[in-house]
Design a protein around this ligand. Structure first.
Ligand SMILES: Nc1ncnc2c1ncn2[C@@H]1O[C@H](COP(=O)(O)OP(=O)(O)OP(=O)(O)O)[C@@H](O)[C@H]1O
Ligand SMILES: [Mg+2]
Length: 258
């Protein structure tokens, strides 16, 4: 009996890829993350939604240590995020991040953008890095743009390059912070489709988005934040048809009926 339950616990621990425990963060007097407990299993797709200023971006940024935390712990694949140095660079590379603004290097070609991290951080040799970059650019549908500079691409193409660049590091988890909100409407779907495919391929993903269609079709779980707290979490079906908190009901009525 005991042996079986221990084995199950071990399995659950292995399956837990990202774990935040009692995480708190302040910006001066503002308590921006309040006792956040959140675990994300390997292969899980979690969509984070909530009103502006609720702490969604800060949450993402703490997960790859672009922001420090005041208390609590964050582990990636069982390992705490180190404070600084090479170890941090390596662990950070395990967490791919795609922002609203594409953040590509303007003076490097698309191909170079996707090769750079592989060579610098992962110490890949150039030929292998190039092969992998070309394969990833094909995968996100911009293989023919490899030799152009970012400014020569549409926003949707640039964002797909940003996704390819993050994937080139073989991340264990991908964070997306409103990846489509700076895009013209006709380009949103081409980026969402790439993300849908990633989700289907089993990538572990944390996605901050207002795209409720994506949340419904790709998410395993919706996490609703307000005022620095996780107010509720549920499957997309449960959350959209029967949210339990007034904050979530209010939020949904605003975003679904405008
Ligand atoms: N570097 C910073 N210094 C001080 N305050 C900050 C900083 N970054 C964010 N904040 C504040 O922390 C709160 C949470 O911000 P955050 O960007 O995480 O919210 P969000 O949920 O991502 O909002 P949005 O939907 O508008 O992107 C906001 O009140 C914001 O003004
Ligand atoms: Mg934000």
């Amino acid at each position: 009996m005991t042996e079986v339950s221990v084995a199950k616990e071990d399995l659950a621990a292995i399956d837990e890829l990202v774990a935040l425990k009692s995480v708190n963060k302040h910006f001066g007097a503002l308590h921006v993350l309040q006792d956040i407990d959140l675990t994300i299993a390997r292969g899980e797709v979690v969509v984070v939604i909530g009103p502006s200023g609720s702490g969604k971006s800060t949450l993402c940024r703490t997960i790859n240590r672009l922001e420090t935390i005041d208390s609590g712990t964050i582990t990636i694949d069982g390992r705490a995020l180190p404070q600084e140095g090479k170890e941090l660079a390596r662990l950070r590379a395990d967490v791919g991040m795609v922002f609203q603004s594409f953040n590509l290097f303007a003076h490097k070609t698309v191909l170079e953008n996707v090769m750079l991290g592989q060579v610098k951080v992962r110490k890949a040799d150039k030929k292998q890095a190039e092969e992998k970059a070309r394969a990833l650019l094909d995968r996100v549908g911009v293989g023919s743009q490899a030799d152009k500079y970012p400014a020569q691409l549409s926003g949707g193409q640039q964002q797909r390059v940003a996704i390819a660049r993050a994937l080139a590091m073989d991340p264990k988890v991908m964070l997306f912070d409103e990846p489509t909100s700076a895009l013209d409407p006709e380009m949103i779907n081409e980026v969402l489709e790439v993300m849908q495919q990633l989700a289907r391929d089993g990538m572990t993903m944390i996605v901050v988005t207002h795209e409720m269609g994506f949340a419904r079709s790709a998410a395993n779980r919706v996490v609703f934040m307000a005022d620095g707290r996780i107010v509720e979490q549920a499957t997309p079906d449960q959350f959209f048809s029967n949210p339990s908190s007034d904050r979530a009901k209010d939020f949904l009525s605003k975003i679904l009926h405008h």
